[in-house]
Design a protein around this ligand. Structure first.
Ligand code: FAD
Length: 397
């Protein structure tokens, strides 16, 4: 696409956003409660949030690069880059957070049949159905291919028995994309990828309560769950390839965590620590570490941008996603540590009136960031992928 047509697209996108993005949607989220996850029982924090999702979905811009016939915007990667920069320019909130958008949709586009695409993709793009991820099991986390949830062919349906764990928001999800064992005689080649309606008889979720009182994950049990034959994506025993591709999308998404944060560490440090006579942050040690972090953040942003541009011609994700996941998780964890250090006792609040919204966000963000090096595959596991698949080092195990 020529520079001139991209600039024309920028003007069009800018005009549309000016007209359609409500003012209250042009600020970062105040708290997690303001995030829109969609779904049959989805809640909207405000009328503007509902309107913003409806308008973005209507335009196909919740899923900008998906084809139009599946509810997407039909944009090229270059147009999408322009759209994202225009959204960023006005500080627009994402209209929809969704495992369907980030993880499932891209693999359905690649591996699903036409009926499955038509059935599921538009509902994801419109935020009508909320998905959860049934991958991890009590005995299968890092060694994901060791999963045991059994799926048997019963002629006119599949019968599923087993347990998943750490299923984020399974208690709110309408559907689950799930890895199941369809052949016990082999490991990776005995896994299939299925879609399960969470209202099916025999599906049970038990929220896992954290020390904070919140329950962001569940144990998910499948007891004699019958699902239609057409709910398998790809071929029987061909699920591992889809599982790995989906993880690449998940890791790409995690690698961007924290980039739209509401508060900046420099502002916090300036407010709490103050400036010296030379006009610089009074604590020289913290100042140096914040500067190092900011440089790393900038380098990371430029590297991800370069990788996106290199990927324009081909596949959107690759094993490189593991590299970005490790680096992005480290940066987010470091950013949160620095913010807590800079905020001092103002970062001790979990709830209540004694702390303002931004201070509570720092504390909660810091605790949440601890999971970044685990979710989507641990740092150790992703470094193994980088060693083997990106650097091509020999496997000595
Ligand atoms: C916030 C969060 C959200 C999550 N959401 C979901 C979800 O929605 N759906 C889902 O299915 N799962 C989810 N998970 C689970 C996540 O995928 C697993 O926790 C992760 O894959 C690690 O598995 P595990 O917890 O069983 O740890 P283990 O696999 O038992 O690992 C324990 C430790 O051993 C290390 N280790 C293991 N194998 C190796 C190796 N070969 N080389 C070096 N070190 C190794 C690991 O790095 C880790 O430090 C979530 C986790 C978190 C933290």
């Amino acid at each position: 696409m020529s520079d001139a047509s991209l600039e024309a697209f920028r003007a069009e996108a800018r005009a549309w956003l000016d007209e359609n993005c409500p003012q209250s949607m042009r600020t970062p989220f105040g708290s997690e409660d303001e995030i829109v996850w969609g779904g049959r029982n989805g809640k909207f924090f405000s009328a503007d949030a509902k309107l913003w999702l409806a308008r973005m979905a209507e335009r196909g811009w919740t899923a900008p690069i998906w084809p139009k016939q599946y509810g997407g915007g039909g944009l090229s990667n270059s147009e999408n880059a322009v759209l994202q920069s225009e959204l960023k320019r006005i500080n627009a909130r994402p209209a929809l957070y969704s495992f369907g958008l980030w993880m499932l949709g891209p693999v359905l586009l690649e591996y699903a049949n036409e009926e499955q695409k038509k059935e599921h993709l538009p509902k994801i793009a419109r935020g009508e159905i909320r998905w959860c991820q049934g991958y991890s099991e009590p005995g299968a986390g890092s060694d994901l291919a060791g999963l045991q949830t059994k799926c048997e062919d019963k002629g006119d349906h599949w019968l599923i028995n087993g347990q998943k764990v750490w299923t984020s928001y399974a208690n709110y999800a309408d559907w689950c994309f799930c890895l199941v064992r369809t052949d016990t005689s082999v490991k990776h080649e005995g896994i299939s990828f299925v879609l399960i309606d969470m209202t099916t008889k025999g599906v049970e979720t038990r929220p896992i309560k954290l020390i904070s009182g919140a329950s962001p994950f569940c144990e998910t049990f499948f007891t004699d769950v019958k699902i239609p034959k057409e709910n398998m994506v790809g071929r029987l025993n061909g699920g591992w390839e889809i599982a790995k591709r989906l993880l690449q999308y998940e890791r790409t998404n995690i690698s961007g965590f924290g980039s739209g944060a509401r508060v900046d560490v420099v502002d916090i440090a300036r407010d709490t620590i103050g400036l010296g006579d030379d006009g610089r942050l009074a604590d020289g040690d913290l100042r140096a570490r914040i500067a190092q972090h900011k440089m790393a953040e900038r380098a990371y942003a430029l590297t991800t941008q370069r990788a996106q541009e290199e990927a324009k011609a081909g596949q959107n994700v690759s094993h490189m996603a593991s590299m970005f996941k490790v680096a992005g998780a480290r940066l987010n964890i470091e950013r949160c540590e620095l913010m807590v250090e800079a905020a001092g006792s103002r970062a001790f609040g979990w709830s209540g009136d004694g702390f303002d919204r931004d201070e509570l966000a720092v504390t909660r963000g810091w605790l949440r960031s601890k999971g970044n090096s685990i979710e989507g595959g641990t740092t150790e596991v992703n470094l193994n992928v980088v060693a083997k698949r990106v650097l091509g080092l020999r496997d000595t195990q």
